[in-house]
Design a protein around this ligand. Structure first.
Ligand code: ADP
Length: 508
């Protein structure tokens, strides 16, 4: 027998009581009691076990059939069941009870009710499953939300604790992240700028005060997509919060499918660095200026002294050589002071070029001629190769003359006695290129990338060749200011060729 729930057993007991009650008027209570006592040790339904209760129902039915015939017995039992169900209503206990009802009784009811009960059970099970799945899903969503929240907080923490201003834009140039430093620099809170056009809040300008919009620092490379080189720029100004900041900006594209972010921008505040640099150059410039006047006097008087005492018997040869060395050192010091002044002018953007149209070949020839004696004194041959084509250029004569002098001076300084230097020109559509080729000591390959930077000197190779490491840097800046380029080809031990190009006069 299937296990009946306690509700179903109660239902069963009620049916038996009902059935007995129906039969009492027909048989008399004593007879029934005697029947029951004969079959069961007690008629106390409460004490009977579940299987005894089922047996009792079957026994009553059988006896009723014997006494009143099948139809009456069955009708009575069905009546008993309906009587109970009228009181309890159709519930789970009733459904369970139907399943243990003897065969042939309430068959139709059994089929429909049990089928419905099965269906209901299935629906219940399915609903329970769905409830479980929903609960599971809700749990997962909660977990994921928590994870995302944590990630976002982590990101906020990182962005909030950097020294740089960082903001991110979506593909429509709307701001989607704006860190604390950006808030401080612009004076706008993140909540005020989110989802708004970046150009309305982040005001960046170049040295000429021209606005730099996000289409420059983001959109131009964004179209190329992820992996594009991005944008980097120094010496820009960010104007915000009633202040001006010197900034360096770096931005890079982000693959759009991963997030809404399409461009991340970092703003590095270099105002302090710039101030220090300006102070440094101010100091260098003041010191150099102050040194120039007494140095000029020293050089002048030394030169007179040397001229006057050249043939004199008052000084020994050794003393005369001391004078020569002092004069040479004062010249080196003067060259250093001049170079420092040039560098500080360049760095502060204080160089003003005075352009004039010049036949470059003539100026080169003149400068080479001026170096002939110096080259001879080092036992080096110096040649200029003339050129037939026109070499007219618009230049600042003094400045470009300085570039050429610097290269010639280096070529002589770094070429051994007996070597040679050739200066020749090449003319193309747009440029005149000057080559200074020497057969000197050459430059190690690893030094080449640093050659045109401030204070760089190749280690160890220039024994006795004095210098400041500023000449090539100044030359590069001057050539660049003229819209040209300077570069070197060199093989260590074989010699170097320094080359620079300058644009030809417009319209030629
Ligand atoms: P410096 O005052 O030291 O000559 P420059 O800036 O003019 O400064 O040159 C930088 C360095 O480059 C030099 O110290 C030298 O090592 C190297 N250099 C420049 N010109 C030549 C050359 N023609 N041959 C070999 N080395 C050179």
């Amino acid at each position: 027998m299937q296990q009946l729930s306690s509700d179903a057993l109660t239902f069963l007991k009620s049916v038996i009581s009902y059935y007995v009650a129906l039969n009492v008027p027909k048989l008399g209570k004593d007879y029934i009691d005697s029947l029951l006592l004969k079959k069961f040790r007690t008629n106390d339904l409460a004490r009977l076990k579940p299987n005894e209760l089922v047996d009792l129902l079957n026994f009553l039915l059988t006896r009723s059939k014997e006494l009143f015939g099948e139809t009456v017995a069955v009708a009575d039992l069905e009546k008993s069941v309906r009587g109970v169900v009228n009181v309890t209503g159709v519930n789970q206990a009733y459904v369970e009870f139907l399943s243990i009802l003897p065969v042939g009784i309430m068959e139709n009811e059994k089929i429909t009710t049990l089928a419905r009960a099965d269906l209901e059970e299935m629906v219940r099970e399915r609903t329970a499953e769905l409830e479980d799945a929903k609960e599971d899903l809700q749990k997962k969503i909660a977990e994921r939300t928590w994870q995302l929240e944590t990630e976002r907080n982590k990101l906020k923490l990182v962005l909030g604790n950097t020294d740089d201003g960082i903001f991110a834009l979506d593909k429509d140039d709307k701001i989607i992240t704006f860190n604390k430093i950006m808030e401080e620099m612009t004076g706008f809170l993140e909540s005020e700028v989110i989802n708004k056009d970046v150009d309305d809040f982040v005001k960046i300008f170049d040295k000429e005060n021209k606005p730099i919009l996000c289409r420059t620092y983001c959109s131009t490379f964004r179209s190329i997509g992820h992996g594009a080189p991005g944008y980097k720029a120094e010496n820009l100004i960010l104007s915000g919060n009633n202040r001006q900041y010197n900034i360096r900006i770096v931005s890079s594209a982000v693959e759009e499918t991963k997030a809404d972010v399409s461009c991340i921008v970092t703003i590095h505040d270099i105002t302090k660095q710039k101030e220090l640099e300006t102070m440094k150059f101010d100091f260098v410039s003041i010191a150099a200026h102050e040194l120039r006047t007494p140095l000029t006097a020293i050089r002048g008087y030394l030169s007179i002294l040397i001229d006057e005492l050249q043939e004199s018997e008052k000084l020994t040869t050794e003393q005369k050589s001391y004078l020569q060395k002092t004069y040479l050192s004062s010249n080196q010091l003067y060259a250093l002071v001049e170079n420092l002044l040039s560098v500080s002018r360049i760095e502060r953007g204080n160089v003003r070029l005075t352009y004039e149209t010049v036949e470059w070949a003539a100026l080169v020839k003149e400068t080479v001629d001026n170096f002939t004696d110096f080259a001879k004194s080092h036992n080096i041959s110096l040649t200029f190769v003339p050129i037939n084509s026109s070499t007219r250029v618009d230049i600042d004569k003094v400045m470009m003359g300085e570039v050429l002098s610097n290269l010639l001076d280096n070529a002589i300084k770094y070429t051994f006695s007996g070597g040679s230097i050739v200066v020749f020109l090449e003319v193309s559509d747009k440029f005149v290129t000057t080559h200074v080729k020497d057969s000197g000591q050459g430059i190690p390959r690893e030094s080449l990338p640093h050659l045109f930077t401030k204070f760089y000197r190749v280690e160890g190779v220039q024994e006795g060749a004095h210098g400041t490491g500023l000449g090539l840097y100044i030359s590069k800046e001057i050539v660049n200011m003229h819209g040209g380029e300077i570069w070197v080809d060199s093989i260590q031990g074989k010699g170097s060729t320094f080359n620079f190009s300058i644009p030809k006069t417009h319209g030629r």
